[in-house]
Write a new protein. Sequence first.
Length: 184
Amino acid sequence: MKKDTVSPRTKRLALLGILGAQALVLSFLENLIPAIPGLPPGAKPGLSNIVTMFTAAAIGPVDALCIAVLKALFAGLTRGLTAGLMSLAGGLLSTLVMVLLLHLKKNPFGILGVSVAAAVAHNAGQLLVACLLSGTAALVWSYGPLLLLFGILAGILTGIFLKLLFPVLLKQSRFFGISINLQQ
């Protein structure tokens, strides 16, 4: 019998590469969705956060943060510096919220609740960058309530998709020899 010569670290890096690619594909596809009337420019459901949240829940916080940074770099390269900064702020804040809530000893929120909290945090991070770039805090009062409502709806949608895709993502992770000890 041939011994497996691939190190666990290499397997983990390969899995992270696959997850990063999946997040970028979802981000790209999401950018094809036309602007939703009545919402602030750039408001999207955040489907690539499915991968980030799976990574935060099942693989680890550092890897999830790497995916968030990768998505921000992609946004910056494909849509410009402002989009990159907004993606970075929203992605880092939402990932930190995910990690904190997912790793409570008894997660009372479940995947759906964590997804909603992360979506709202993502919008808050983007709104903070918009306020800093525009030099006005008035954006909080004009866009804040709308972004809060949209974040709740987007978080529910993303959480439902994650629940549906979780078994597939777990199977993918096991293919790379990554054992996951997580309860949804």
